[in-house]
Design a binder for this molecule. Structure first.
Ligand code: SF4
Length: 348
């Protein structure tokens, strides 16, 4: 049964038509209980935009400190030469993108970069390797050592290494990994138009291995790959079926890369992005909603609107794996302009 709710501006509570008042937190939980299907998500996504943003901001406020926008750093620890065919990716060996393949970084180099990111205010350090999945052996052992090094600096550690076995997930957990990033990217329907070398179910299998190992899941998608708005909601519906739901949800806007099949994709509509951020916030009240790739092409005003709609994390640093990103100075200026705490530079 759907409950009809009305917002009472005076008391800061919602009331049902017949029943007692309940708080914003309660409202968020009611949405979560009901929002599993694309139709249910669409009913929220299609609200008049001011109402949608208002509701998302209320849910955000009920579950988070709104001045807390987490800053994450993302480092490519092994770049290029990937055998997969993800149609958006500069690192696939199948496309002529000019990205050079590099070997796996040393643990010491990673430790230095993580310490530097921490000094710039990052609390999470994410590491990506352009693999179909890690092979057991020295390279995987080295990644485990990197995880230990980052955790040793007092930071959250996240890796994205492709498909995992249960045993690999268990070893990452034992090394202290905080979260594993593995994006579903888009809807099940649109997926095969973008990637053919691994299936949607392969991705879900890896997410289940990660969850069985007790590692938090970071999983989201990329907008602007030729999908419909409904595909984006279908992705949220897939995420809402994960048990537990993702701890963090990156929302990326495609950065078109010359040489890839999606090189000429048009930019994402700004207000569609805001709608999706708001719908994600309402659907996943406790998750970190990460405004990820594509931020370098967003105005400051659009980013502020996304924060108002519930985004509460960004990646900082001039590169996002191989894609451009606003510099730390630009982000510090943005935080200053928003009147939010700007992390002070400390010695690594
Ligand atoms: S997104 Fe990851 S798996 Fe896909 S081609 Fe790029 S590096 Fe490989």
């Amino acid at each position: 049964m759907r409950i009809v709710v009305r917002w009472s501006a005076h008391q800061g509570n919602y009331s049902s038509r017949d029943g007692p008042r309940f708080s914003v937190r309660c409202l968020a939980n009611r949405y979560i209980d009901g929002m599993r299907t694309v139709e249910e998500l669409k009913a929220v996504y299609d609200l008049p935009l001011p109402e949608l943003i208002f509701r998302a901001a209320a849910v955000h406020r009920a579950h988070h400190d709104t001045s807390d926008i987490q800053r994450c750093a993302l480092l490519s620890i092994k770049t290029g030469g990937c055998p997969e065919d993800c149609g958006y990716c500069a690192q696939s060996a199948r496309y002529q993108t000019g990205v050079k393949s590099t070997p796996l970084m040393s643990v010491e180099e990673v430790r230095e970069k993580a310490a530097r990111a921490r000094a710039l205010g990052a609390t999470r350090f994410c590491m990506g390797a352009a693999w179909r999945g890690p092979r057991d052996g020295p390279a995987f052992d080295q990644v485990l050592e990197m995880v230990r090094a980052v955790r040793g600096l007092g930071m959250e550690a996240c890796v994205t290494l492709g498909m995992l076995t249960d045993e690999q997930a268990r070893r990452l957990h034992d090394a202290g990994l905080t979260a594993y990033n593995h994006n579903l990217d888009t809807s099940r329907r649109h997926y095969a138009n973008v990637i053919t070398t691994r299936t949607y179910d392969d991705r879900l299998d890896t997410l289940r291995s990660v969850q069985r190992a007790g590692i938090a899941v970071c999983c989201g998608g990329i907008l602007g790959m030729g999908e419909t708005e409904e595909d984006r909601l279908a992705l949220l519906a897939e995420l809402s079926a994960l048990e537990p739901p993702p701890e963090s949800i990156p929302i990326n806007c495609l950065v078109p890369i010359a040489g890839t099949p999606l090189a000429d994709a048009p930019p994402v509509d700004s207000l569609q992005l805001v709608r999706l951020v708001a719908t994600t916030r309402i659907t996943f009240p406790r998750a970190r909603v990460r405004l990820s790739a594509g931020r370098d092409r967003m105005s400051r005003e659009l980013q502020v609107l996304c924060f108002l709609a519930g985004a509460n994390s960004i990646f900082f640093g001039e590169k996002l794996l191989t894609a451009p990103n606003p510099g730390a100075g630009e982000d510090a200026d943005l935080f200053r302009a928003m009147g939010l705490p700007v992390p002070t530079m400390s010695q690594p």
